[in-house]
Design a protein around this ligand. Sequence first.
Ligand SMILES: [Zn+2]
Length: 229
Amino acid sequence: MRIFIARFRPPRRAFWVLPVLCLTFFLAVQESRTEPALSPALFGKTVVIDPGHGDWDPGVVGVDGVQEKDVNLAVSKNLCQLLRNSGAVVLCTRENDRLAYDNKQEDMQARAALAKEADLFVSIHANSFPAAPDTCGAQIFYGAGNEEGKKLAQAIQEQCGLLLHSRRTALAHPDAYLLKHTAAPAVIAEMGFLSNPQEAQALAGGDYQRQAAWALYVGIVNYFSESGG
Ligand SMILES: [Zn+2]
């Protein structure tokens, strides 16, 4: 025993153990954020994601020329990936910048037809209020009278507060075609204001787009978990 103690030298490598463990933990957390494990709450659920606008319809255009349709598609792609990784069946009203129809009415009817397949429907948009450029924050809308839609909107809005620092509250939308024509829990998610210079810059960037998708994803998981199935 005495010989062992006399010969013992702390290995230099030991100095690296703690930082390496910390880095491994950090990477594991990052990995689990972007690649969630199968979620019992989502497994087998059909979720329809609707990136608003597209193609000939840019939606609102931000102060730097950022087009809403591109923001909507980027956030939607991130969200679809998260949902698919969790075992949900994900249907998307568009996967790229092309639309099947060249007029608004047929385009909206096609989106509504797909929404009828859904256990849950999320239409993703960005907002604009040029008269007050300071206006900011993600806001979730549900159809008036759709109680499950209201719960879903509140679950997502809570995450928008925590993860995107939005101070807005979920509201009933007075007149939204897709909300009126979808029986499943349905929301329109306005992920920020393109008329606000700072928020427009954030909305155009990958970090905010990933964080917005994460807020939507966590809200959806929480909604399904709390609704019992
Ligand atoms: Zn829009």
